[in-house]
Design a protein around this ligand. Sequence first.
Ligand SMILES: [Fe+2]
Length: 466
Amino acid sequence: MRYTIRKPEERNGRRWFSPGIRTKLLGFLLPLVFLLVVSVAVAASKITEAAIRHDLLRRGVAVSRVVAFSAGYSFLSGDRLAMDSLASETKNSSPDIDYVAIRDMNDVVVAHSRISERGKAYTPPDRTARIEDFSETNADEVSREGRGLIEFTTPILFAGKRVGTASLALTKESMLSVQRAIRRMIVLAASVILGIALLGTLALSSFITTPVKKLSDGVYELAGGQTFHPIPAGGSDELGDLTRNFNRMAETILAQQDRLGKYAKELEEAYVGMVRVIAASIDARDPYTLGHSTRVARISCELGRRLGFPEVEIEHLEKACLFHDVGKIRTPDDILLKKQSLTHPEYAEMRSHPIDGAEILRMAPSLHRYVPVVRAHHEWYDGQGYPDGKQDAEIPIHAQIISLADAYDAMTTTRPYRKGFSPEEAVEEILRFRGTQFSPMLTDVFVRMIREMPSLETEEWEGMAL
Ligand SMILES: [Fe+2]
């Protein structure tokens, strides 16, 4: 199974579809903390409000009973002034007491914290809802003149006999304002806790994602064959162990890569040496073609450089040149070395060497890249060549270059039956086949190259760099 190692930036680009650790932590922890904090805040608010309400009721009951108890003696003595004073002073003792009323058994107000109410019949509240019974005292939630009050009603007793009723009303506003203040404090505390939770989650995610991101960068660097920089491993926790183990693994991989690289280089050198030996042995079968493949390689590589080929392509071109006539290894000596004209079958046998060469190279997978070039090095630009009649762009550029260099070297080499052409004569001959056998563009560059050389003597090529 093959895995594709994505760049860290590519991962970021897919964040919406594949959320990162930071997003997952935020998405999981923050709602959890939010629910927890809100639940605690609501519970605390409810408990506090109940406590405040309970405290208010207890206080109201206590004050109401004190008023009722004190009023009992005043009823006995008929001291209305004392009852007025009791109502007035009780009212002034706390800002949340709205009124204090003392009434007789006929519900006539005998004393009231508001003087205007004195002597009038007791006015029942607009609305009443019983809150709680505290033994003798009743606590009711009432509404008077649009104001919400808690009214405490306690019977006034004297010698076990009821003589009147004491009413005391507390405003709910003081309780509500305290509740609001506490609620604000709870909301503030919850916000601070949520803020701390957010920062904590970010710090936690950063603590986890930073080493993971560094590891991811390291893997990408290692996989890309770039220079690997050991990742700093902070801490002695699991992430620190993971980072240290990753660094050790990377060092092992790099050391093995280095060894493999050396083996590959040695193998490559051995392979190139083998190629040179094969090419030399083919050329050596005919004393007049000795060094032919090497000269073709030199000329071709110089032309390749002029065409702007990168160095790695020049190396491939050189090897293709050394291999181009490897198929002649199958050509019998009596045909290859024949000084007279070839018969038609012999000529056909001779023309089979590009196909033979391609078949030989196809046997070794590492040489497959040269198969199309070797097979096509006798094709013509106009399609009149052999073995496949390919033309123009169908012919690999390396094969077209070899075709030019091959022809030039063949013409400038002296044979027993003819003297070799001078370079200029060879150039003139090549120009005659511009557009038929050779590509016009390549011919122009080739001719310019030959004419620009310091000397056209074949020996001068020996000095040219390969
Ligand atoms: Fe050839």
